[in-house]
Design a protein around this ligand. Sequence first.
Ligand code: AMP
Ligand code: ZN
Length: 115
Amino acid sequence: MLNCNFCMIVDGKLPSERVYEDDDFIAVKDIHPKAPVHVLIIPKKHYDSINDVGEHIGDVDLMGKMIIVAKRLAKKEGISASGYRMTINNGEDAGQEVDHIHMHLLGGEPLRVGF
Ligand code: AMP
Ligand code: ZN
């Protein structure tokens, strides 16, 4: 989608520190990390938010896979045993800044309740 920073990251038109890629997702390091491990899992397909996700099997599978990718990356980053948080901010009250679905993977230290 035009004017979407995360679509531009997916397309390689904006620089990012990419830590993972498969057919459906990329993962990049967050530019303003809030924990020692702070990775964003970004679907290659643009959805503004969870509100745009359908209930058909394609979208349901994709959202399930996003959790599996996060699990995989937690292992790769060495935080599987110590623990991690997966966050999806949705809409204004949740503080969603980028209108392209992304899951935050956070860990590497005890996390504050609330982020
Ligand atoms: P959210 O509030 O859930 O929309 O989170 C947006 C996140 O994207 C924030 O944690 C930002 O630091 C991060 N972010 C924004 N632009 C970039 C970028 N170009 N590369 C990596 N992370 C970004
Ligand atoms: Zn996008």
